[in-house]
Design a protein around this ligand. Structure first.
Ligand SMILES: Nc1ncnc2c1ncn2[C@@H]1O[C@H](COP(=O)(O)OP(=O)(O)OP(=O)(O)O)[C@@H](O)[C@H]1O
Length: 249
């Protein structure tokens, strides 16, 4: 089976006058289709830099990235975004504030197509959008609300829906529940897990929450100083205790 994602000898070097720093230090990683990989690591370990390299936000100093067997190392961000979705920690970063919830969903649904939105498209897609939020009390009846009027949790739920509406080949979650209150964070994490399993998505999720890291996903990576220092499969992960993980921090 072709791996969904292959990262080969990925190096990202920051050049300083006195001291060059490899913030990604020869990362090799292969992810299978439908894997849900949780990524842990101390602040500054290189987790976001790794996602930046995958999305093309920040290019590698050396190394290769393959998606479904195709070398995408030199593809730009826009081209990669047709296949790769990312949700950030900041609820404001994923949505357009002066557009309604429905208009944001339409933008996400039409990603890769001309950005002009017609009322006709909105009308056509309304039943699907209603269905999409029908089991989400947090967004119920909010389709015509301007996004800037939503709470952080509502906005982050919308960012997540926008990221999955087109079934991305790869979903990247960058501490997407970290800025939310505990209950809202738990609700969004449950929704995330449900959607990933139901839609059989392939996902990499960065988190600092050890209990989420143990509860969700079928693989667990720990990054330290730009290297993968722990890589556990589901069976190994299920035997873990929180204190076992703490030693890596
Ligand atoms: N453009 C840059 N210039 C200089 N240093 C950078 C740059 N980008 C990242 N770094 C450094 O690289 C290291 C890795 O950063 P990165 O944001 O990937 O870490 P992280 O594991 O996501 O951390 P956190 O958990 O705090 O989000 C940090 O020490 C950071 O300061």
């Amino acid at each position: 089976m072709t791996p969904l994602l292959e990262i080969k000898n990925a190096v990202k070097t920051i050049y300083n006058d006195d001291d060059n720093l490899n913030i990604l230090n020869n990362i090799n990683l292969t992810i299978k289709p439908k894997d849900f990989v949780v990524v842990l690591g101390t602040n500054g370990a290189g987790k976001s830099t790794l996602l930046d390299a995958i999305t093309g936000t920040n290019e590698l100093t050396s190394g290769k990235i393959l998606l479904n067997g195709k070398d995408i190392t030199d593809e730009n961000l826009a081209k990669r975004s047709r296949h790769i979705s990312r949700v950030y920690q900041d609820p404001k970063s994923g949505t357009a504030p002066r557009m309604t919830v429905a208009e944001n969903l339409l933008l996400a649904k039409r990603r890769g197509l001309p950005r002009r939105l017609h009322l006709r498209h909105l009308k056509e897609n309304m039943p699907e959008f209603k269905e999409l939020i029908s089991n989400l009390p947090t967004l119920d009846n909010r389709l015509n609300t301007f996004t800037e009027k939503l709470s952080g949790g509502q906005r982050q739920t919308l960012s997540f829906l926008m990221a999955i509406i087109q079934k991305p080949e790869l979903l990247l979650l960058d501490e997407h529940t970290a800025a939310l209150d505990p209950q809202t964070s738990k609700d969004l994490m449950e929704l995330t897990n449900k959607v990933i399993l139901e839609k059989e998505l392939t996902c990499m999720m960065i988190t600092h929450d050890l209990s989420d890291a143990m509860k969700y996903g079928n693989r667990l990576l720990v990054l330290k100083k730009g290297q993968i220092i722990l890589d556990l499969n589901k069976t190994e992960k299920d035997k873990l205790k929180e204190k076992d993980l703490l030693q890596y921090f």
